[in-house]
Each structure stands twice: as C-alpha cells, then as structure tokens.
Design a protein around this ligand. Structure first.
Ligand code: HEM
Ligand code: HEM
Ligand SMILES: [Fe+2]
Length: 463
C-alpha cells in the first residue's frame, strides 16, 4: 500500500488531531457519567462537561472527514492537491480556533461572568447544543471550511477529472458548509430559533454527513476489495438519492412539539420512518461487494468498513425509527431514549466511518505493505461491546423515565436520582470499557507502520 500523490500525506495531520480529541471526548464523557451519580464530582459542572463532550465529538469527526477528503480528492483527480501550504495553513488555523474555543468553554465554566455579551453575541459560549461555539469562532470556522473546499475544487479543476465518488463527496461537503449558516443567527422567537437550529443538527447528520458517508463507503469498498467503480457508484447514487428524499423532509420529526404547525406531525412521521431504507441499502451494498472479495490485505480496513455500514443502520436507522413516530415521540421526547439513540447513531455512522477511513488510508500514507490488525480488532470489540451496553442501559433508563415521569407524573429529579441510579452505575463502568478500546486504538494509530511486522502468515487464510 503506497500513496499515489505525495500531498495525500496531509490527511495524517487531520487524523492525528482527530484522534487526540476523540480521547478527550471519551475522558470527559466518563466524567459526565460520574456526575449522574455524584453531581458535585469534578471542578467543572455537568453543563460544561457535556458541552465539551459533544463539541469535541462533532469537531473531531469533522476534522477526520476533512483529512479523509484531502486523501480522496488527489487520488480521484489523479493529481497533487492544488496547494499543500494552504491545506497546512487551514489545518493550523483549525487547531488554533478549536483550542481557543475549548479553553473558552472551560473558562466560562469556571467563571460564568466571563461569558460577556459583546455586540449582541456571547464571547465564550453561545449555549446552543452542539454548536455552542461563539460567533467569532463561527466566522473562523466558515473561513477555514471555505479554504478547504476551495483547495479541493481547485484540485479537481486542475485535471478536470470528475468521478462520481469525488463529486458526491464534494457535494456533501458543500451542503454541510451551507447548513452551518442557519446556526449563525438568533431570532427572538424560541420557536423560530429551534426551527433553524435543527437545520444544522438534523440536516447535517441525516443529510450532508450521510451523503459523505455514502461516497466514502464506495471509496473504501473500492480500495479494500477492489470492487468495480461503475457498480459501486450506481449504488452510491441510489443510497444518496434516498438519503435526500427521506432525510430532508424527515427534519419534521424534530418539529412535533416546538410550536410549529401540526402538519409536521405527519410529514415528519412518514418521511423519517423511511430513513432507515437507504441505511439498509448501504449494509446490503457492503455485504454484496464483500462477498466477491478474494485476497484482502487490509483486513482491519475491511472490518471497520463493514461494521460502519451495519452500525449506521442499527444506531441511526433502528434506534432512530423506534421513537420517530409522533405517537411514540410525544412520550419519549428528550428522555434517555434520545441519548441512547444519539450515542449509537454517532458511533455507528460517523465514529466508525472516520476510523475505517483511517484504517483504509493510513497504511498507504505510512507506506506499509502489511500490518498486524490485532490491535485494531481489540479496539473494535472493547469499544463496540461497551457501546452496546451503554446504549442498553440508557435505553432502559429512558423507558423507566418515560413511564415514571410522563405516565405516573413523578418528578424528573426523583426518577433520575433514585429509580435510575443503577443504570448510571452500569453506564459509567462500560464507559471505562469504551475508554480502554479508545486507548488501544490511539496506541495503534501512533504505532501503525512504525514497528516491525510480526509473522502472522502461519495460519491459512480464511476464505
Ligand atoms: C447518523 C445519523 C443520525 C445521528 C448521528 C443522529 C443523532 C441524533 C442525536 C444526537 C439526537 C439528539 C438531539 C438532541 O440533542 O436533542 C437525535 C434525535 C433524534 N433522532 Fe437521530 N440521528 C441520526 C439518524 C436518525 C434517523 C435515521 C432517525 C429516524 C429514523 C432519527 C430519529 C431521531 C428522532 C426522532 C430524534 C428526536 C428525539 C427526541 O424527540 O428527543 N435519527 N438524533
Ligand atoms: C464515541 C462514543 C460516544 C459518542 C458518539 C457520544 C455521543 C454523545 C452525544 C451525541 C450526547 C448528547 C446526547 C443527548 O443529549 O441526547 C452525549 C451525551 C453524554 N454522553 Fe456520550 N458519547 C460517546 C461516549 C460516551 C462515553 C464512553 C460515556 C461514558 C459513560 C458517555 C457519557 C455521556 C453522558 C453522561 C452524556 C450526557 C447524557 C445526558 O445529558 O442525558 N459518552 N454523548
Ligand atoms: Fe433528525
């Protein structure tokens, strides 16, 4: 495995930053889990910790996807990246901006008065879940993303070689950038504010990011198994077409109870119930292609790619559809059921996507022919089994919460502090299990290709 163009190496900078933030995300996740048991645990309050946990998640996934794109575009355009210095500048600008934002959250957490209003915007934390970054940082992020897109499009224009994979990838990324804009202004009406906020949150993960996932899935299957481009691209168009058909009006599943007109109840219900279909097509696509596979050298890459397709369907599709009908959602809205789905969906769809792109492309970047995949497999099982238990415990907690709070009318805190305590204890334990998986992955990431390959050829290859 070697790279075809020297500039593809820039992907590694982005991966490294992503991997470090992943570790931070999980450590603070465990602190958040402990705060459910001991609310006063740690110097930063739960609100700050949770902000750090989910923002680190979004940011490391975005950084990872940028790295992956910098790898894919030169390969598909058959040329060097338009400008490596620009990509490097964009990388460092991203690192500096994100570090400043994170320090700002911590500062505001320690000293809430520091989060001052300047020209009508809060300087350290805007307080809108997932996109808490203050306005000055939003502007820097927009500049960084525009530079990134500009560099990618200029690369394609150099050779004018358009492929389906690269076109869909850049289309998804452009959609992603555009969908950041509705999150950049406030309105005085909470209803309108929430209405636009969901454009960012929902149309990202169930629109733009899923389109990117479709393109990267095709790329990975081509790389790992050598599947035919024409066939992969045909399926990619079907997947992406269905994602847009179901996902865009599927936004309605967030418009049930926020003060929007009642027609959203059936629009959201119908379209979002169809959302699992494209995700199932992706699973089928992965299995169909894999069946034809003969000698696969990059076993870890293949493993993660197929796992991504499966868990995208389970986490987003199944754990999404269980609470997407308004008849169900009116009882479960905003409970731990939502949290359970949020975890499994993000893990399956995007954590595993970025990890599979790392395992598919990093060996080539590091110039290794073969590597021992055992650590990659260990990391996978520690993380996946722990995640399954985290999701089962939060789903259980959510069912108890829905019943006690919404049907029996018990107080929120009473349910959280007494009836659900055991669920929190189990969640924290499996959180540590997840951390072990991430630590194995981090070690593997830094060591891959840098240690002598052990002889692993003794066992006969499985068909
Ligand atoms: C990869 C794709 C997906 C990701 C990453 C994802 C993630 C999330 C997250 C994090 C939330 C919580 C938002 C909040 O803070 O309130 C959420 C809510 C929700 N998701 Fe998804 N989701 C995905 C796909 C889906 C799909 C395909 C469906 C339906 C079939 C779905 C149905 C829902 C519903 C109904 C809610 C609202 C829950 C409530 O009312 O509290 N999601 N999703
Ligand atoms: C890659 C793995 C993970 C992903 C993708 C992830 C994602 C998320 C998301 C999207 C939320 C917001 C959900 C919502 O408010 O509905 C969240 C909250 C949270 N996460 Fe994670 N997380 C991960 C790992 C962990 C781990 C290992 C722990 C530790 C047990 C953890 C503990 C928590 C806690 C306690 C919350 C707050 C839940 C609440 O407010 O009810 N997370 N996480
Ligand atoms: Fe949604």
């Amino acid at each position: 495995m070697t790279i075809k163009h020297e500039s593809q190496k820039i992907a590694q900078n982005f991966y490294t930053f992503a991997v470090i933030l992943f570790l931070v995300q999980i450590v603070v996740g465990i602190i958040a889990a402990l705060q459910f048991i001991w609310p006063d645990f740690f110097i930063l309050n739960f609100n700050t910790i949770k902000t750090l946990h989910i923002n680190a998640l979004i940011v490391w996934l975005l950084t990872g996807l940028m790295g992956a794109t910098y790898y894919v575009i030169p390969e598909e355009s058959e040329t060097e990246l338009w400008s490596v210095p620009l990509a490097r500048l964009q990388f460092w600008a991203t690192v500096v901006a994100i570090t400043a934002v994170v320090l700002g959250y911590i500062w505001a957490g320690l000293n809430p008065q520091a989060n001052k209003l300047v020209f009508g915007t809060l300087m350290l934390n805007e307080g809108r879940k997932y996109i808490e970054a203050p306005r000055w940082a939003d502007n820097l992020i927009v500049i960084s993303v525009l530079l990134f897109l500009f560099n990618c499009f200029m690369t394609v224009l150099k050779t004018k070689k358009w492929t389906g994979i690269q076109g869909v990838l850049l289309g998804g990324l452009t959609f992603l950038a555009l969908m950041y804009i509705p999150g950049m202004f406030y309105t005085k009406s909470m209803v309108k504010d929430q209405f636009w906020w969901w454009w960012v949150v929902h149309l990202w993960v169930e629109g733009a990011w899923e389109i990117i996932a479709g393109a990267l899935l095709a790329f990975m299957l081509m790389k790992v198994i050598g599947a035919k481009r024409e066939v992969l691209e045909k399926w990619m168009y079907i997947e992406v077409g269905l994602v847009m058909f179901t996902g865009i009006l599927g936004t309605g599943h967030h418009y049930y109870w926020i003060g929007t007109p009642a027609y959203w109840l059936w629009i959201g219900g119908i379209f979002s119930s169809l959302e699992p279909i494209p995700l199932l097509v992706m699973v089928w696509d992965a299995f169909r292609t894999t069946r034809e596979a003969r000698a696969v050298t990059n076993k870890a890459g293949l493993y993660y790619t197929v796992a991504h397709a499966i868990f995208n369907f389970v986490g987003a599709g199944l754990w999404g559809v269980i609470h997407t009908l308004p008849q169900v959602n009116r009882w479960t809205h905003g409970t731990q059921i939502t949290t359970a789905h949020g975890h499994l969906a993000f893990y399956g769809a995007y954590v595993l996507l970025v990890m599979s792109m790392i395992y598919v492309t990093l060996p080539a970047i590091r110039g290794v022919k073969e590597f021992d995949p055992s650590r990659a497999f260990q990391a996978f099982w520690w993380m996946t089994i722990s995640m399954i238990f985290i999701v089962l415990t939060t789903t259980g907690a959510g069912m108890v919460q829905t019943y006690m709070e919404r049907l029996m009318g018990l107080d929120y805190v009473t349910v959280k502090a007494s009836y659900n305590l055991w669920f929190w204890i189990v969640r924290a334990i499996f959180g540590v299990g997840f951390l072990i998986g991430v630590l194995i992955f981090v070690v593997d990431y830094f060591k891959l290709g840098k240690e002598p390959v052990r002889v692993i050829k003794a066992a006969p290859e499985r068909a």
